[in-house]
Design a protein around this ligand. Structure first.
Ligand code: ASP
Length: 443
């Protein structure tokens, strides 16, 4: 059995943390394929190597470039010296500097070098083969990952590498130029490698024990989620709970490989397992029978409450509204309807008041509603769990606990999947609502 392990920026930040990474790998016979991020922050005020590389690329003056470049070199030299890693990076340093100046300069190449160097250092330290991501990750002409080609390149190459360290975060385009993923993209690289080698599990090592049931800034010391399905995670992550790059789950989800979020700084903790729903159903994985797996939420939505008598018999009423939203490029999150009412819950982050006002004016003109009311400052809260689909009374508990907490529910929506109840409350009731739901369902 084989595992793929990905270590994030805090795990790779300095010699001490990389020492922990080494111990985790050498203590696990299954740990044969490793993907790494660039060194991240050593303390909160520190700068990630990836951000230093971005500054290197952007800096215009020769002196400024030299200063940043020297600082990057020092970070790697300190790491290799302290760890006693037998690796010579001089030629790589020279090439990086060359590619940061003049006509040779390439943004994607430069930002990806943190991962490249980090993987070289770790490979030398633990005696694994260094496999360049440029050989195995391929982007298509549309700039997106060519998943099929990547799968075959990666599995062919990694099959002949018994134990390998691969840099995360980048690959190449069809012309062979280095191309980087979006920030945090090493999670995707880890998933690619896990799938290519048919890993039993994709361990994603970070600096937290796993996913919490809800935001620890709202509820003090919330419980850890021991097991979550990909579908539940999608709902929770969409509503703001984030540990993983959102695209990282697709390659492994499809092949049914579980992801295990682990903590490099607390390796005895089991972390959070992310599994396919089907594997819960067929008994491959089991978990405590909780109704709710997690609670997540986001603030600052806008609600537009529309009422028109006999709306239900007017063909195309909602379509006209949708056209107006599309024309104004407004993102619709929820659309609960009544007999003669429709509510639009919009995510207006980055949208100017003018655009919103224009859309409302057009709805007034083209749909002629009896009333239209705009309400800013709404929060959406998602209560998520497959457990609710065969449990009576979940919605009643949601409403009851919010009633007891003196919260007015502005909207409630339960999708057909029956694994998610979404409620809208006023921003000022947001934290109180989450605390009430947490104590109702989790205790
Ligand atoms: N180093 C990159 C970043 O800081 C990629 C990653 O760590 O996943 O975003």
């Amino acid at each position: 059995m084989v595992k793929a392990l990905k270590f994030g920026g805090t795990s790779m930040a300095n010699a001490e943390s990389i020492g922990k990474v080494r111990d985790i790998i050498v203590g696990d016979a299954e740990a044969r394929y490793v993907v790494v991020s660039a060194p991240g922050k050593r303390e909160p005020s520190d700068t990630k190597v990836t951000d230093m590389l971005i500054s290197l690329y952007k800096e215009n003056t020769v002196n400024g470039k030299k200063r940043i470049f020297d600082a990057i070199v020092k970070r790697f030299d300190d790491i290799t010296a302290e760890l006693g890693a037998n690796v010579d990076l001089a030629a790589d340093y020279a090439e990086i500097y060359e590619h940061s100046v003049g006509e040779n300069a390439s943004y994607d190449y430069i930002v990806s070098r943190g991962e490249y160097l980090s993987a070289k250092v770790l490979a030398a330290l633990i005696g694994y083969e260094f496999v360049d991501a440029a050989e195995i990750v391929r982007f298509g002409a549309d700039g997106r990952l060519d998943a099929e080609l990547t799968r075959s390149l990666a599995s062919d190459r990694l099959r002949v590498a018994y134990k390998a360290v691969v840099p995360g975060f980048y690959g190449t385009d069809a012309a062979g130029n280095i191309k980087a993923f979006s920030r945090g993209g090493s999670d995707i690289s880890g998933a690619i490698v896990a799938e290519a080698v048919g890993a039993r599990v994709y361990e994603n090592w970070t600096d937290v024990d796993g996913f919490m049931v809800c935001d620890p800034r709202v509820v003090k010391n919330p419980k850890l989620i021991e097991m979550v399905t990909y579908r539940e995670l999608r709902e929770l992550a969409y509503m703001g709970a984030s540990v993983l790059h959102p695209e990282a789950v697709f390659p492994v989800n499809k092949s049914g490989i579980p992801i295990n979020i682990r903590n490099t700084f607390n390796p005895s903790a089991k972390g959070t397992m992310i599994v396919c729903y089907e594997d819960l159903e067929n008994g491959k994985f089991t978990r405590e029978n909780n109704v709710i797996t997690g609670i997540a939420g986001k603030k600052d939505f806008v609600g537009i409450f529309i009422q028109k008598e006999m709306m239900n018999s007017e063909i195309g009423f909602v379509k006209t509204i949708m056209d107006i939203l599309c024309e104004n490029r407004l993102r619709l999150e929820h659309l609960p309807t009544g007999i003669d009412t429709v509510t639009l819950i919009l995510d207006t982050a980055g949208v100017s008041d003018d655009v919103l006002e224009n859309a409302v004016m057009q709805i007034r003109e083209r749909c002629e509603p009896d009333t239209i009311e705009v309400h800013k400052g709404l929060s959406l809260i998602a209560v998520v769990g497959h457990g609710m689909s065969n449990t009576k009374g979940t919605a009643s508990r949601v409403c009851g606990s919010l009633y007891k907490a003196d919260v007015n529910i502005r909207m409630i929506d339960q999708g057909s999947s029956e694994m998610n109840i979404i409620i809208a409350v006023e921003n000022e009731d947001y934290a109180r609502s989450i605390c009430a739901l947490y104590s109702e369902f989790i205790g």
